[in-house]
Ligand binder design. Structure first.
Ligand code: GLA
Length: 740
């Protein structure tokens, strides 16, 4: 890994074994992008972009002639209103309202390691040997605004991270209207774009389509990353598959309003940009002040989409997730939500816990409804003290009882919210987040707390602390059940244009303090399922409840889409009752188990209602999972057949580090009757290792399994009547072990 500067050509080359990234300074001051892709040797990194007199392009005053133009130059961080007619990366206004930004190269620094971004989630290094950083210093000479671009290259990953710092070295305050974290220009447009779109209960559907001229934007104006779009976009060659071909991925380590733009201009150049959404953003930067924009991860793969995902999984697992639980096997949990909803008593909870302890669960999670006077979703958010009517002996006694059964105890919170019917609201209506003089909309009958205000954050911290210091709590599910609207603050000193971002900074501060003070607690992130499942939250919470949709068939898509960017160890997946509460579907318990155990296995139903046969199946599933969970949670995950390819089937495989063990899953949704048996080619194995499948006598070479493949049959299901090969909602689980 190295960063080179070539004095003769005034150009830079960041490279490791896997990739190269090059930029150059053109005509003394214009920062150009010259290459991003597979590793190349270190020469010719100056721009050789063919210039030419193009009518209706404009030419900067400092460069004579008609050839050089920022209208066509592939750039690294374009300003605005300066002759580059594409989308800008940075804009500000002077106090008189005028706007014009021309960022010129001023200098650079190269250093080992990676600088810390204060108050933000970020990838990190443990030693300065793991990465190198290039800092490019740009200056808008008229205003004195300096923009520092940070590029970090890691030794081990096909990844470059970028972030941006703005420093007002001028004499007057300016208003930053837009400060993206990364912008990069490709000199071609023959790409497909890939995005992860969705909605509640349909998170992260993979959408792929050829790009075309104009600006295509996925974004959030909801105060949170949201169910609708992941802060992610990828550009792939049109022939790139799951296993072959080039793809560039861009992922934002941030949990608030973002924008991800892909622009194709008249010369079929493609500009990709990512950063805080400028829509609700306006930040006053006084003289001497600094603004830090969050980090973007740029990943390159020439081994298809799986290659991209695996690179992100490794990066996030090793350099983003933190704390005690980072590499620890994750617990099998039972959550009471779909089992009881709000309608539970102490006895009911204890009876589910009693059953759970017999079936081998590690952790009992008490969900919504334990606090204030909360018996439905109309009240009590903000009142984080126990509901004595439901739990007359208090939380501590309950937690201790559950722990005495050999399980850990977890608790649900929704700390960022306030119900109108709550003591907190009656005392502090001014703590509701809303624009001055606006009438705030309700979402799930609740308002958001204004985390811009220190007193609000402090109050919630104190309330949570009181419980955490009293009750033995091992796990917290941190929920967030509405989007932000009427964005602004009732506090007279807080500017509305800063609220959406300052809110996220406030949230991060609270999470930092809690995870610091309670390092043993495993935090699971949730927002009506996977509505805020982003790399920003992953920095604070190693797990996320991937979706409120627990139907096994829906989960094939949700978990496949999630796996595009998120490591398996982060993905909560539960077996729930049938008919499924979100889709009404009746799937086999075997398939529900096989789908849920492809993430962090949990169950979310009333265990006391299961038949003895079902209990035996659950017990076996948990036993099996515990034996192999380290392979599932921390092994290499490969998608084999994607449910988004229109097929009736899905398949994936988990392979351990030395490829001596693998777990293969195949799912068939509907039985079509009288079909042939599909042959599936496995992936990720060692070609010359020999494997045994389950406990069969037969042995296969890895290259046989990967090239010739195996015939799969998804049935019979052990828990149902023996229907042989036939039947809907079938799944097959094969364990491959190396034989000497
Ligand atoms: C959200 C979560 C659910 C559950 C409910 C409780 O919808 O996603 O898992 O915790 O809130 O109200």
């Amino acid at each position: 890994m190295n960063i080179f500067y070539n004095e003769q050509t005034n150009s830079f080359h960041l490279t490791n074994e896997k990739l190269s990234y090059q930029l150059s300074v053109e005509n003394e001051v214009f920062l150009a992008h010259t290459y991003f892709g597979k590793r190349i040797e270190n020469n010719h990194s100056e721009s050789d972009y063919p210039l030419g007199n193009r009518l209706f392009s404009v030419n900067p005053s400092s460069v004579p002639g008609r050839e050089f133009s920022v209208s066509t130059l592939p750039q690294e961080y374009p300003g605005n209103n300066n002759g580059d007619f594409r989308e800008s990366a940075f804009e500000f206004r002077y106090q008189d309202g005028s706007f014009h930004t021309q960022l010129h190269y001023k200098g650079y620094e190269i250093f080992d390691g990676k600088p810390h971004l204060d108050g933000l989630p970020q990838t990190y290094v443990r030693s300065d040997k793991e990465a190198q950083t290039l800092k490019m210093i740009l200056l808008d000479s008229l205003s004195g605004i300096e923009v520092h671009l940070f590029y970090t290259i890691f030794e081990q990953y096909a990844v470059i991270t970028r972030s941006v710092q703005v420093i007002n070295k001028g004499r007057e305050a300016v208003s930053i209207e837009k400060v993206l974290s990364a912008s990069i220009d490709f000199d071609r447009a023959n790409f497909d774009s890939i995005q992860l779109s969705g909605g509640w209960a349909r998170e992260r559907e993979i959408e792929r389509s050829p790009i075309f001229r104009g600006v295509h934007k996925t974004d959030s104006k909801r105060g949170t990353t949201s169910h609708a779009y992941q802060p992610f976009v990828a550009l792939a060659n049109s022939n790139t598959t799951e296993h072959t071909g080039e793809v560039y991925g861009f992922h934002f380590i941030y949990s608030g309003e973002f924008t991800a733009n892909v622009e194709v201009n008249e010369y079929k150049q493609t500009r990709v940009q990512m950063g805080i959404n400028p829509e609700h953003f306006q930040w006053t930067l006084d003289a001497g002040e600094v603004f830090q924009a969050p980090e973007v991860v740029m990943v390159y793969s020439d081994t298809g989409l799986n290659g991209m995902s695996q690179e992100l999984h490794r990066l996030y697992q090793n350099q983003l997730i933190r704390g005690e639980h980072q590499f620890k096997e994750r617990p099998v949990l039972i959550n009471n939500w779909e089992g009881t909803y709000f309608d539970f008593t102490e006895e009911k909870i204890e009876s589910i816990a009693e059953e759970a302890s017999k079936l081998g669960f590690d952790l009992f999670v008490l969900d919504d409804g334990w606090f204030g006077k909360r018996n439905d979703d109309l009240s009590s958010l903000g009142d984080w003290f126990v509901n004595k009517e439901k739990l007359p002996n208090g939380l501590k006694t309950l937690a201790e009882k559950i722990r005495s059964k050999g399980m850990k105890f977890g608790l649900w919170f929704e700390p960022e919210m306030i119900s109108e019917d709550s003591d907190l609201y009656r005392e502090h209506p001014e703590w509701v987040l809303k624009a001055k003089n606006s009438l705030p909309s309700r979402g799930r009958e609740q308002y958001m707390l204004d985390f811009n205000q220190r007193a609000v954050r402090q109050n919630i911290f104190e309330q949570m602390k009181k419980i955490l210091d009293d009750v033995p709590i091992d796990y917290i599910k941190w929920d967030f059940n509405r989007n932000m609207s009427e964005i602004g603050s009732q506090h007279p000193d807080i500017r509305d244009g800063e609220v959406a971002h300052r809110y996220i900074l406030g949230l991060y501060e609270l999470l930092e303090n809690l995870t610091r003070d309670y390092p043993h607690i495993l935090f699971e992130n949730c927002s009506g399922g996977g509505g805020r499942y982003d790399p920003g939250m992953l920095y604070y919470m190693p797990q996320t409840w991937a979706s409120d949709n627990s139907d096994a068939v829906s989960r094939l898509e949700i978990q496949t889409g999630t796996s595009l960017v998120m490591p398996i160890s982060s993905m909560g997946a539960h077996v729930s009752a049938v008919p499924n509460h979100q889709t009404g579907r009746l799937t086999s318990l075997k398939m529900r188990g096989d789908v849920a155990m492809s993430g962090n296995l949990g169950y979310e139903l009333d265990l006391t209602t299961l038949t003895d046969r079902e209990k035996a199946v659950v017990k076996e599933q948990i036993m099996f999972y515990k034996k192999f969970r380290s392979l599932i949670q921390f092994g290499t995950f490969h998608r084999i057949i994607s449910p988004f390819d229109g097929a009736n089937e899905t398949s994936w495989i988990f392979v351990n580090e030395n490829k001596s063990e693998a777990l293969f899953y195949y799912y068939r949704i509907l039985d079509k009757g009288n079909t042939g048996r599909p042959r599936v080619k496995l992936v990720g194995l060692d070609p010359i290792k020999k494997y045994r499948i389950n406990d069969s006598e037969q042995q296969y070479f890895g290259n046989e399994l990967m090239n010739k493949g195996i015939y799969v049959h998804a049935g019979p299901a052990k828990d149902e009547q023996n229907q042989g090969y036939h039947g809907d909602f079938r799944s097959l689980r094969l364990l491959l072990t190396e034989v000497d």
